[in-house]
Design a protein around this ligand. Structure first.
Ligand code: C5P
Length: 396
């Protein structure tokens, strides 16, 4: 769902920059509903604000229509963030005291949402003991600030008090709006997905039914949660999720080499269904049926265990390594044994006898050294998100 802010425009010369702020937010898909103080109407008009925001502008605490359509309480709560720009010395003083005698101050007192102030005032007003006291009170109350910046002021003086630029305020807004939703920002996540293909000869191979859906859902959600994502994928028929770097591989050996080439990921999730065995000596030419139609004798060799290898790296091991366990019987006991044998931190286990391959839903058990969590059936996308939220918590 797209985000929206309630912008309160205070009465100061910097109010003209709030028009640019509304435009900047619109460009990044953030909607703006605006309250203007009486004083702000001396600097910008409700008509120009309404034209840019595309919404009715609220100015009057006692307007009957506004109260029936949308009261000040509703106005201050049906938003994700309240932004005051410019935040004048007067508005900040009112907030610090808990005064509520107009629509702006009433909404600020009634809101249950985070509040961001972009102060703008004369340098002496900013440094005045009363203003500094109010800032201290507001900071203690959990109010966020962006700016003010130093520079020349409209009044001709020089110093701290210029309102932050619209782009800077927009960046602070995005950070507050999306910090909860992007718990993996700054992290590099390596994900393996899909089956591997082990050649018998140039035209035949051994593989399995993995669709890659769970691994791709993990990659897509990890990217949305702010991570840099490298997806090492066996052959599947799924589109590459936007923003994800995909490395295509076929065999387990290639998958391991591609994973080892990724420099120091923070989180590794092995969701690929890697073939346990490969044909020891795949034929370089197509195997021919002979007259007696005798089947060729294939001999097998073990494939590298990618999860085990990445879990036991001597240098550059990811802080968190997660594996999957597809089981048909004794799901939890087998997964607990796998956790120990592979040396990973978490195993996501599911019962594949229940038709998980290629399905859109999954019911998993999460196994770690701390115990077992049984998660109810959910879409693979929701399971992916929940796994990543759990990992983000452990990466903190
Ligand atoms: O040993 P098993 O195949 O049951 O373990 C499953 C887990 O190990 C999965 O996370 C899978 O991606 C990973 N695995 C691997 N390399 C292998 C075999 C399994 O990374 N050769």
């Amino acid at each position: 769902m797209s985000k929206s802010v309630l912008l309160i425009i205070g009465g100061g010369i910097a109010a003209y920059k709030s028009l640019e702020l509304i435009r900047t937010l619109k460009k990044v898909g953030i909607g703006t509903r605006v309250i203007m103080t009486k004083a702000s109407e001396h600097f910008v008009t409700p008509l120009s604000v309404a034209s840019l925001s595309g919404e009715k502008v609220f100015t009057d605490l006692f307007s009957l229509t506004d109260e029936t359509e949308m009261g000040h309480i509703e106005l201050s709560r049906s938003t994700d963030l309240v932004v005051v720009a410019p935040a004048t010395a007067d508005l900040m003083a009112k907030m610090a005291q808990g005064l509520a005698n107009d629509l702006a101050s009433t909404a600020l007192l009634a809101t249950d949402k985070p509040v961001l102030l972009a102060p703008a005032m004369n340098v002496r007003m900013w440094h005045h003991a009363a203003t500094q006291r109010n800032i201290e009170t507001l900071t203690k109350d959990g109010i966020h600030f962006v700016g003010p910046n130093p520079g020349e002021m409209a009044c001709g003086e020089f110093g701290l008090g210029r309102m932050a630029e619209p782009a800077e305020i927009a960046a602070a807004i995005e950070k507050l709006l999306y910090s909860d939703a992007r718990p993996l920002s700054g992290k590099h996540v390596l994900i393996t997905a899909g089956p591997t293909r082990e050649p018998i000869d140039p035209v035949r191979f051994i593989s399995n039914h993995s669709s890659g859906k769970q691994g791709y859902a993990l990659a897509e959600q990890a990217e949305r949660m702010g991570a840099k994502v490298t997806l090492v994928s066996g052959p599947v028929s799924l589109p590459t999720p936007p923003g994800v770097t995909k490395v295509d591989v076929e065999t387990a050996d290639q998958m391991l080499a591609a994973c080892e080439a990724v420099h120091a990921p923070d989180l590794v999730i092995c969701a690929a269904a890697v073939a346990d065995w490969k044909v020891a000596n795949p034929a370089t030419q197509k195997l021919k049926k002979n007259d007696k139609a005798e089947a060729p004798a294939l001999s097998f060799a073990a494939n590298p265990d990618i999860l085990k290898t990445l879990s036991n790296l001597k240098s550059g091991r990811a802080k968190l390594v997660v594996g999957f366990a597809a089981e048909t019987v004794n799901v939890i006991a087998n997964a607990q044994e796998k956790l120990k044998r592979k040396g990973c931190d978490l195993i996501i286990a599911n019962n594949v006898s229940e038709g998980v391959f290629g399905a859109d839903k999954n019911a998993v058990h999460v196994i770690s050294k701390d115990g077992v969590e049984n998660w109810p059936q959910a879409s693979k996308v929701d399971v992916a998100r929940r796994i990543l939220e759990l990992c983000a918590g452990r990466l903190k």
